[in-house]
Write a protein that binds this ligand. Structure first.
Ligand code: FAD
Length: 372
């Protein structure tokens, strides 16, 4: 009997977790380690912030999913790997041995420094933080006109600014919303995507600040690098993600930004019994954008290769998707669709995103999530 351990029940593990009976049929004892019984789907996170989606529509009960299939669940986080002794060290101090291990632990908003840690500043990962941010805002929205600041000018920042607006719109209140976009709004995107985003946010009086960066926060005021100050009541931090430090700390080979370095079989370049997928990996000879689309596409490859490493057989290579569809949920029932040369803004774009996201959820919400 061999120990197969999944670390993190993220987007790239879902197919393997759904079919883990196949692993057990090949003489494996399976364990999932995750800090939470639930995994939240990031694509619907901004919609959960706005209240468009209920939490139960946006999450997978990964604990129930694996336990129903005869595997064990450990509610904990892995903090270190000892690849020579094939052992994982958990936050609680417990150790877990493995014969084969697969990591899908996602990425983090880097620790912003102690001066940006306040109970009214929410990091947008893990996605469940968006629920806390919503509750925080709803508890105060009736008091007075609040100023909400979103820090980060990438797609997450754009979606969050639009969806914060919806909370106020639904509550019949007004908010002052500022998006601190850093160098430039959507700096890695073409103008044809940026322009409708500006327009959509400007129509709702969201102020967009570019060319300035936050230096520090003190007493609910941000100090920017040009010396200006911005008072705020609540802030969302969406400043870009990096893989967890765990791999580097464990002495594993990592990519430039610290992701577990894997070959095209999603297998550690040094230890063939270690696999990984999603935002926590760095693909050898490649630099993939950290988007959920890649994690979703890695699903069948990880499942196949984990099975192949148990019973022998040919491994499947992962071929990253170079151009992919992105649809921004702008929070007003409208979306901005972008694929290659095609950009279009409107209600239909959001309806399409909603359809695609719900279809993905249906596939893996097999544990009664919608009736919770
Ligand atoms: C607001 C927002 C909106 C986004 N929208 C989109 C979108 O529309 N489309 C898109 O393609 N991408 C989107 N992204 C990017 C997307 O979040 C990531 O690319 C995606 O979540 C990566 O999936 P993952 O499974 O690798 O990581 P995650 O979704 O972060 O999942 C990692 C899992 O591992 C668990 N875990 C973490 N650390 C440990 C540990 N030490 N031990 C054990 N378990 C652990 C976590 O609890 C979690 O369940 C968005 C990001 C944000 C912040």
């Amino acid at each position: 009997m061999r120990n197969v351990v999944f670390v993190g029940g993220g987007h790239a593990h879902l197919t393997a977790l759904l079919h883990l009976q196949d692993l057990r049929d090949n003489n494996a004892q399976v364990t999932l380690i995750s800090p939470s019984a639930y995994h939240y789907y990031s694509g619907m996170g901004p919609g959960m912030l706005s209240g468009w989606y209920q939490p139960r529509e946006v999450r997978f009960h990964v604990k129930k999913m694996v336990e129903d299939r005869g595997a064990s669940f450990i509610e904990d986080a892995v903090t270190r790997v000892d690849p020579e002794n094939r052992t994982l060290l958990l936050g609680s101090g417990r150790t877990v041995p493995y014969d084969i291990v697969s990591f899908n632990t996602g990425s983090e908003i880097p620790f912003p420094g102690p001066e940006l840690v306040q109970d009214n500043i929410f990091r947008v990962k893990p996605i469940v933080n968006l629920l806390s941010a919503r509750d925080y805002l709803l508890r105060r929205i009736a008091d007075r006109r609040l100023h909400i600041v979103v820090i980060g000018g990438g797609p997450a920042g754009v979606e969050l600014a639009g969806n914060v607006w919806k909370i106020a719109d639904d509550a019949g209140r007004r908010l002052q919303i500022t998006l601190l976009a850093g160098t430039r709004l959507l700096k890695h995107f073409p103008d044809k995507v940026r322009t409708p985003c500006y327009r959509s946010l400007a129509e709702r009086a969201v102020a967009i600040v570019e060319g300035r960066h936050v230096l520090r926060a003190a007493d609910s005021t941000f100090v920017l690098d040009d010396g200006s100050v911005i008072p705020f009541d609540m802030a969302l931090l969406a400043t870009g993600v990096t893989p967890p430090a765990m791999f580097r700390r464990s002495g594993l080979l990592v990519g430039e930004d610290g992701g577990l370095l894997v070959n095209s079989f999603l297998q550690s370049v040094r230890y063939p019994e270690i696999f990984g997928g999603g935002d926590c990996i760095s693909l050898e000879h490649d630099r993939l954008p950290r988007v959920g689309v890649q994690a979703v596409r890695e699903n069948p490859v990880l499942y196949h290769n984990l099975l192949a490493s148990l019973r022998g057989g040919v491994m499947q290579p992962f071929s990253p998707q170079r151009t992919y569809l992105l649809i921004f949920n702008m929070g007003n029932g409208r979306g901005i669709f972008w694929r290659g040369n095609i950009v279009w803004e409107g209600r239909l774009a959001f309806r399409l995103k909603d359809y695609i996201d719900r279809k993905f959820m249906r596939k893996f919400q097999v544990s009664g999530e919608l009736t919770e």
